[in-house]
Ligand binder design. Structure first.
Ligand code: FAD
Length: 559
């Protein structure tokens, strides 16, 4: 069997495309920061090279010749792949657990075959064949999830089919009168925005993983993008969809709203491939804005920054992004600034901004960096900026200007490369995010930071935790934590579990959800009942068990 290489997959062992990596040669503050934060000396740390693909223990595919021949008949021989690279790429997502396991050649179960259907008809034929053969079907978008949403169960004895939607990558149609775009589920973020942009539209959904994730994956994981304050989460943006189920297609027509409840649309959102394969999504799109600007602000404390974000959420201003980092994340951001003055904030700070603020009585160890983004007609942007400036001022903050905002906008999709850089040097870095009501946000924050510190003491390694608020709502906001520590060689994932579990447990204990936008997968499923209660889990199981009694669709995810 041969395969094509038209689909843009990431490195099998890490984030992003070959040849692009994080480096710190032009960031003089980064190495000292890492040394202080996690006691890792970058001047002496040896980078470990990922293993050779050929060294991985990949068993021969469990696929009868007759079944393989039927699959070839459906999608064509060029789109049925059984080579090692394809199977490895489709085994995991990009969680820290996934990356560590790949680097250590821990691959208990791998898909037997990867299929690339061209259209919904082929998807339907694959699904019907697979169910008739009692095979497992795992839909694959971009493979960027970090919740263990893709891996086949370790003890799965049935054939496992990974169905990659990558050839279904077109914007099919735009209903300009309604601002609705029909999009094939395998379309990657940049391809989608390019096709929409060419016709004057944007979807406005920009997760940090935008460059490598797909519209179908966004829907299946209830994704949220950095501009969700204006455009909404994917759950708001998705108006209709088509989902292939055994023997049929579940069609949800695009509607502005409906009283047809319980909402099937909401059931498919976050279904992680367990209800079927999404082939098409109809989304709300918007005309490209006349103006777009991201402005940097500084606050004297985290509390002041949070209070300002809350007031902005309740105000007449509706920015696209409201984001504020805690003091630790602010230190991290400054450490990644380039030496060259100009756009970056550190250049400005070195020229005296900190001195001025210190004279005003600021404790610079507590300073918090914020980015707020605006889009729309020039007059609208000017009005919003004015409103926000007044709110920022009321909370003791200052406007830093568009320089840092421009830099943030340019570099926002580069940060994920940093995780591989750290992992190469023995440091585990990962994220956990939650959403909670405004009234409990500080409680979640304080307890989560404390829980992580206790976990670091338990594993005996100094660790780092930092946080930013993103995605504001009327009733609350998302808190996004990043944590890192230098792991031991013996059991890095055991140590990771101690820290990750402490953080997740703190979320549900203090009024937060198990995840604001990374779904449940296998990584978060043990907190599901605490999040939505036992009857809630029973409802999910009822739906999944009815639609998929044979457990053919991506088993063991969510519950
Ligand atoms: P995949 O990882 O391929 O699949 C995810 C799940 O969806 C699987 O269960 C899969 O079976 C299912 N699925 C995929 N396509 C279909 C389909 N067509 N039909 C049915 N089921 C399907 N997420 C955010 O929301 N916001 C962020 O800002 C964000 N930043 C990230 C940054 C990094 C560095 C990383 C590694 C991840 C980030 N994520 C973020 C998580 C991830 O990108 C999202 O979960 C994303 O929505 C997954 O899309 P995907 O196309 O890569 O799906």
């Amino acid at each position: 069997m041969t395969g094509d290489r038209d689909i843009k997959h990431m490195k099998w062992w890490g984030w992003g495309v070959d040849g692009v990596a994080f480096h710190h040669h032009d960031k003089p503050a980064f190495a000292p920061f890492v040394k202080e934060a996690v006691h890792l000396d970058l001047s002496t740390a040896q980078a470990v090279v990922p293993p050779e693909l050929e060294s991985l223990p990949v068993p021969v595919p469990k696929l009868t010749d007759a079944f393989a021949a039927q699959l070839v008949e459906v999608v064509g021989a060029d789109h049925v792949h059984t080579d090692t690279l394809d199977r490895i790429v489709h085994t995991y997502g990009k969680s820290l657990r996934d990356l560590v396991r790949l680097r250590r050649a821990v691959i208990p179960r791998i898909p037997d075959v990867v299929l690339y259907p061209a259209d919904e008809e082929q998807v339907r034929a694959i699904v019907d064949l697979a169910v008739a053969e009692d095979a497992v079907i795992i839909p694959f978008g971009g493979g960027t999830n970090i919740s263990g949403s893709l891996e086949p169960p370790a003890d799965e004895t049935r054939p496992v089919l990974s169905v990659d939607l990558g050839r279904m990558n077109k914007v099919l149609d735009i209903d300009a009168e309604s601002g609705l775009a029909r999009i094939q589920a395998g379309t990657l973020g940049p391809d989608l925005e390019e096709q929409l942009g060419a016709r004057g539209w944007t979807m406005g959904h920009f997760p940090d993983s935008f460059t490598h994730s797909t519209v179908g994956g966004w829907v299946a994981t209830r994704s949220s993008g950095m501009q969700s304050d204006k455009y909404g989460d994917i759950a708001d943006i998705t108006r209709g969809l088509r989902l292939v189920v055994p023997g049929d297609v579940c069609v949800l027509r695009p509607l502005p709203s409906t009283a047809t409840g319980p909402s099937v649309r909401e059931m498919v959102l976050g279904s992680e491939g367990r209800l079927g394969i999404i082939t098409e999504v109809t989304v709300q799109v918007h005309r490209l804005p006349e103006q777009r600007v991201i402005i940097g602000y500084l606050f004297p404390s985290w509390e002041a920054g949070l209070a300002a974000m809350q007031e902005i959420a309740a105000s007449d201003a509706a920015p696209i992004v409201t984001r504020v980092s805690d003091a630790n994340e602010t230190k991290f951001s400054f450490s990644t600034s380039k030496a060259k003055p100009g756009l970056n904030l550190s250049g400005k700070i070195q020229k005296g901004l900190f001195t001025v603020l210190e004279k005003r009585g600021w404790d610079m160890s507590k300073v918090c960096l914020s980015f707020i983004g605006y889009e729309g007609a020039k007059s609208h942007v000017a009005y919003e900026k004015k409103l926000v400036k007044a709110i920022v001022g009321r909370h003791g903050g200052i406007v830093v200007g568009t320089g840092p905002g421009r830099l943030y906008d340019q570099k926002k999709f580069d940060t994920p490369y940093l995780r591989d850089f750290l992992l190469d040097r023995g440091a585990a870095g990962d994220v956990s995010e939650t959403a909670a009501p405004w009234s409990r946000l500080m409680e979640v924050y304080d307890n989560t930071v404390a829980a992580a510190q206790r976990a670091y003491e338990e594993i005996g390694h100094p660790g780092w935790i930092m946080c930013h608020l993103s995605h504001s709502y009327h009733s609350g906001a998302c808190l996004y934590f990043t944590f890192a520590f230098v792991h031991g060689e013996e059991d890095p994932l055991g140590e990771y579990d101690v820290v990750k579990s402490a953080i997740q447990q703190s979320f549900v204990d203090h009024g937060g959800t198990l995840s604001h936008h990374h779904a449940v997968g296998t990584e978060h499923s043990r907190w599901l009942e605490q999040d939505i209660s036992a009857p809630g889990v029973a409802m999910i199981n009822g739906v999944l068990g009815t639609i998929d009694p044979g457990r053919n669709f991506n088993p063991e995810k969510i519950t």
